[in-house]
Design a protein. Structure first.
Length: 39
């Protein structure tokens, strides 16, 4: 099964980003798509 995680922006770490991290633990091979990213 192919999984993609889509998030509008990943610029700070908060509740939504915690959920994205949880999804990545469940689907470690998922592709991540975002409009804005800040390390």
């Amino acid at each position: 099964m192919k999984v993609a995680i889509v998030h509008d922006w990943l610029t700070s770490y908060g509740g939504a980003e915690t959920f994205v991290e949880l999804l990545l633990r469940i689907y470690p091979d998922a592709d991540i798509y975002t409009l804005v990213y800040d390390k």
